[in-house]
Write a protein that binds this ligand. Structure first.
Ligand SMILES: C[S@@+](CC[C@H](N)C(=O)[O-])C[C@H]1O[C@@H](n2cnc3c(N)ncnc32)[C@H](O)[C@@H]1O
Length: 210
């Protein structure tokens, strides 16, 4: 069950459509950190033993994942269309005495560049399929050799907004020709701030550029 910070049940993914920048600015204007200050635990487990380098964190929000990676020694660029979220991300970075680069941009317009990143991170980004597929088409040339994508996202293949919540099989196909090192779909308990609490079906992926 997804619950808001006041304990009331939230809209399930089934009822959600893609939210605009104003929605996210409003959420991130609430006190505290919506998804907490700690990194996503799948990201933490996936990045502990990687060599540091250049990281792009997509749809970073309030900075919990970017700041964690900066503290590990990565050079982090965090993108999001929420100015409020990225302002909080910089505040969180300052609190931990690290620096991150933030870019306010719509994912639909972002150019990932060529051989630019050692790691691309996508944690609960959930873009609509057209934006997601455009992004994935850029990934192979944007990642350096042996660079990787680490992704976790919600899954709800029966949802009316299904194109934002695909399972492992669809993501595998869309991420070709990257090598899929891990693709795992599961029910798991989330404990991330006020908004990611309780059991949720997610897909976790690590994909590597050869
Ligand atoms: C569920 S939050 C996840 C935030 C962060 N990745 C985390 O796990 O803490 C989704 C994020 O995606 C961002 N977002 C949604 N659509 C976007 C778009 N089209 N372009 C850029 N950012 C977007 C929102 O502003 C928000 O920060």
């Amino acid at each position: 069950m997804w619950r808001g910070h006041n304990g009331n049940p939230m809209m399930t993914p089934k009822l959600q459509q893609a939210k605009g920048k104003e929605y996210w600015d409003s959420r991130f204007s609430e006190p505290g950190y919506a998804y907490g200050e700690q990194p996503n635990d799948f990201l933490r487990a996936s990045c502990q033993h990687m060599a540091a380098g250049d990281v792009l964190s997509l749809c970073e929000g309030e900075g919990r994942n970017a700041v964690y990676l900066a503290r590990l020694g990565y050079r982090v660029t965090a993108i999001d269309f929420s100015e409020v979220g990225l302002t909080k991300a910089r505040t969180l970075a300052a609190k931990h005495d690290v620096t991150i680069t933030t870019i306010i941009v719509d994912l639909a317009d972002f150019d990932l560049g060529i051989a630019r990143w050692d790691l691309v991170v996508s944690i609960f980004a959930q873009p609509p399929s057209a934006i997601r597929q455009r992004l994935y088409r850029q990934l192979q040339q944007a990642l350096r050799p042996h660079g990787r994508l680490v992704l976790e996202s919600k899954v709800d293949v029966n949802a009316t907004g299904a194109d934002r919540y695909p399972g492992a099989q669809i993501l595998r196909e869309e991420l070709a020709p990257l090598t899929i090192a891990l693709a795992r779909e599961q029910e798991r308990e989330l404990n991330e701030g006020h908004y990611h609490l309780g059991m949720q079906r997610t897909v976790q992926i690590v994909a590597v550029n050869s």
